[in-house]
Write a new protein. Structure first.
Length: 240
């Protein structure tokens, strides 16, 4: 198969996989999402010391009935973003070379594992926030939970990107361009895809959520950039 046509076929297959997973997640019940909820809950129990029991059509309920790991906690949108980011990065990096189809299942497995880890961290933080009755005057309980989820998910997406990128020293401008890639992927999966659903685009709740999705990743990116700046300055001082 011609290399150009092969890459086009791979790109089409990647998009189809992402879309199929998005459609599945939009209609799936907690029972149908146990493939990702179950390992996540197991890790949460291991790290938090809390116990959860699966309740059909609801999710994993904590033993004290104060916390539910429901379908919305599955993190499938993060998994889609991670899968797209990893696969598209490979296609862009190897655009002039023939690519085996092997990278698709490999990146899918990486996205799945990353989702379970990110989900576990997010839920454990949420459990601690609930136990300590953590609150901010500017946000109510639901908004704070949403803020924490977006920050954790994007931070993990950013870390996954940096861990799979070359580690050579680069200029601040180049690093800024690099960070724009996971940011674009995150916006595409969390804002652009839902907008294709006309029902979502008319929802006030969706637009309120979109404001958080738009701003929080930018703040996380700025924090990452500040770390890069401090690291570069420290390295420069040590060299002198």
């Amino acid at each position: 198969m011609n290399s150009k046509w092969k890459k086009s076929a791979q790109l089409f297959a990647i998009g189809l996989c992402a879309l199929a997973l998005k459609v599945h997640y939009s209609v799936a019940s907690p029972d149908q999402l146990r493939w990702i909820l179950s390992p996540t809950t197991w890790l949460v129990e291991l790290l938090s010391g809390r116990s959860f029991t699966f309740e059909s059509h609801a999710g994993y309920m904590s033993s004290d009935h104060t916390f539910l790991i429901a379908a919305s906690c599955a993190g499938v949108n993060f998994m889609i973003a991670a899968f797209l980011m990893l696969t598209l990065r490979v296609l862009v990096a190897q655009r002039n070379k023939p690519m085996s189809w092997r990278f698709v299942p490999v990146t899918a497995a990486m996205a799945y594992a990353s989702t379970i880890i990110a989900n576990t961290v997010r839920i454990c933080i949420a459990l601690e926030m609930q136990r300590d009755s953590f609150h901010l005057e500017l946000f109510d309980r639901n908004e704070l939970h949403r803020l924490e989820g977006i920050a954790v998910y994007f931070a993990f997406l950013l870390m996954l990107f940096l861990l799979t990128e070359p580690t050579e020293t680069q200029s601040l401008k180049t690093q800024l361009k690099r960070l724009s890639f996971p940011l674009a992927i995150y916006y595409g999966t969390t804002l652009l895809l839902p907008l294709l659903n006309l029902q979502h685009s008319k929802s006030v709740v969706f637009w309120e959520h979109s404001l958080f999705v738009l701003l929080v990743p930018i703040l996380v990116s700025l924090l990452a950039m500040s770390v890069f700046v401090v690291s570069d300055l420290t390295r420069a001082k040590l060299i002198r």
